[in-house]
Design a protein around this ligand. Structure first.
Ligand SMILES: [Zn+2]
Ligand SMILES: [Zn+2]
Length: 140
């Protein structure tokens, strides 16, 4: 399935009307698995969508994550990162260059949590921090 169709289906599946701007943001996140910030998305999209405002980007990202079309990740203290991959996966952030990488951990969504009682878990975020391969080699 191409990115455009995938983006449209994702929006429709969570009940969001696929406007041009929402589609552009959803497509961007599907095409860029780099966990961009709202500012990065805005800066990359304005050349092709000059009518796009920063407020629209922020509001759209909030709507998309509230409806479960994307993930908002708070691994970065300064900026919220956004992820078009909504399957359960963990993240690793490099403390030096700030890159956020995906980690796939087997059984992450079936981990047994003790003492959870009657709670209903709808979301789980697992973060690792350290140094990426590139930055690690520069440390010594
Ligand atoms: Zn790094
Ligand atoms: Zn991710």
């Amino acid at each position: 399935m191409d990115t455009r169709r995938k983006a449209k289906n994702r929006l429709l599946s969570v009940g969001i009307k696929p406007s041009i701007q929402r589609m552009a943001i959803m497509e961007y996140l599907l095409a860029h698995p780099t966990h961009p910030t709202a500012d990065t998305i805005f800066n990359d999209l304005t050349p092709t969508l000059p009518t796009l405002s920063k407020t629209t980007v922020y509001n759209t990202l909030r709507l998309l994550s509230e409806q479960g079309a994307i993930l908002s990740i708070s691994i970065d203290e300064k900026n919220v990162r956004y992820d078009g991959d909504i399957a359960t996966h963990a993240h690793f952030k490099c403390k030096k260059c700030g890159c956020v990488y995906d980690l796939s951990i087997k059984g992450l969504d079936t981990v047994y949590v003790e003492g959870i009682g009657d709670l209903c878990v709808t979301e789980c975020q697992l973060y690792y921090k350290g140094y990426c391969e590139k930055c690690k080699s520069k440390l010594t």
